[in-house]
Design a protein around this ligand. Structure first.
Ligand SMILES: Cc1cc2nc3c(=O)[nH]c(=O)nc-3n(C[C@H](O)[C@H](O)[C@H](O)COP(=O)(O)O)c2cc1C
Length: 358
């Protein structure tokens, strides 16, 4: 239904307007227990095989909403109702930000992709702390730096937001990989990343899992250095990956020169390769949230078998609609049944030969 009539209609309207409309409509639905129950009946899918414990948190299923859709944490009950096993909100900065000038969100339909240069538009950590209503499923809070903050002071931004939001989230993400905030990706350098991880760890009194979200454009050796740092510092996991700035293979040639990050199909292969790289190098010791170009159960399965313990979607939701959630979860369950596997742990990283690590 979504792909045959709703999507063609929505795709005639400006992408950011559709996004804002979705948030408005979602907020209305969140006020109604009846509405949420209806959504749940239509979209949610439960199966005991999909449940697991990761990083000390219990997940009903491995599929979550990726950061950037619900930047202000306004629709958490809705994400649970449509069947997600968890949701990540943000990116949140200490102070409110309006983000980059519009237009800043584009559909690349030929590529099944999105280009965005939103620039961390959000209401700021203090306001979000007051309004967030946490449902009974794991909620991740994704943190970033303010646009104007110089890179040497960035650690303070992560600290301020983390201190304000610590009891509101189940896990926290150090986002050092969005391409739309000047110098943010430079924070992936070991010196800066170590400083941020150490600072957050020292105030993490509730021992909330801290994760690092990385860019797909890093070289493999740089990724391995980050993995080693995460293992050494007790980071709970890695989110692989954020959007890519590689645009040379796009069919939508008019976007090649547009600044911003690409998500969706063009990101899929690299994101999966990064997952396997991390899984192999860490010998499966570092939980991975796999994200980038998941549009089907087959795509989800590929990322799980490459080493992701959990998955996230954003662009797939825009192109396939909320029915994608059930389709993926049902597809994973069916594949497990066909292979007589009852525990997700048995498929995670199953195509990766851990012994070959040098
Ligand atoms: C419009 C848009 C905004 C995004 N904003 C954020 C963000 O604020 N923080 C973040 O960590 N990732 C952000 N992302 C990246 C997604 O979380 C995800 O890593 C990426 O889109 C790849 O997944 P996908 O191919 O399923 O979309 C954004 C993505 C899109 C499309």
């Amino acid at each position: 239904m979504y792909e045959s009539w709703l999507r063609p209609l929505l795709f005639t309207i400006d992408p950011e307007q559709v996004h804002n409309l979705t948030i408005k409509l979602g907020k209305i639905i969140c006020q109604s227990q009846f509405g949420l129950r209806r959504l749940s009946a239509w979209f949610a899918y439960d199966h005991p095989y999909l449940q697991q414990e990761v990083m000390g948190m219990k997940f009903q299923n491995p599929l979550g909403l990726a950061a950037g859709f619900d930047k202000n944490a306004e629709l958490l009950p809705l994400w649970q109702a449509i069947g997600f096993g968890f949701a990540e909100v943000g990116t949140i900065t200490p102070q409110p930000q309006t983000g980059n000038p519009r237009p800043r969100l584009f559909r690349l339909v030929e590529d099944e992709a999105i280009l965005n240069r939103m620039g961390f538009n959000n209401r700021g950590a203090a306001a979000i702390r007051e309004s967030i209503i946490k449902p009974h499923f794991p909620v991740g809070i994704n943190l970033g730096k303010q646009k104007e903050t110089p890179i040497d002071l960035a650690v303070q931004d992560y600290l301020v937001s983390f201190n304000l939001l610590q009891e509101k989230g189940d896990y926290f993400v150090i986002n050092v990989s969005s391409p739309n905030t000047p110098n943010l990706r430079d924070l992936q350098a070991i010196k800066y990343l170590d400083e941020i991880i150490s600072a957050l760890t020292s105030v993490n009194v509730q021992r909330k899992p801290l994760l690092v979200k990385i860019a797909p454009d890093l070289s493999d050796p740089d990724i391995l250095e980050i993995v080693d740092l995460c293992l050494a510092r007790g980071v709970a996991g890695i989110i692989a990956t954020n959007t890519t700035i590689a645009k040379q293979n796009l069919k939508s040639s008019r976007f090649v020169a547009e600044p911003g990050g690409i998500s969706g199909a063009p990101l899929q292969a690299r994101s999966t390769a990064v997952i396997s790289l991390i899984y192999r190098h860490s010998q499966g010791r570092l939980p991975i949230i796999g994200v980038g170009g998941i549009f089907s159960a087959a795509d989800a399965w590929q990322k799980l078998t490459a080493g992701a313990s959990l998955l996230q979607v954003y662009t797939g939701l825009v192109y396939r609609g909320p029915g994608l959630i059930r389709e993926i979860l049902q597809g994973i369950t069916e594949r497990m049944q066909q292979q007589n596997i009852t525990d997700l742990k048995a498929i995670i990283g199953s195509t990766i030969d851990r012994v070959t690590e040098t």
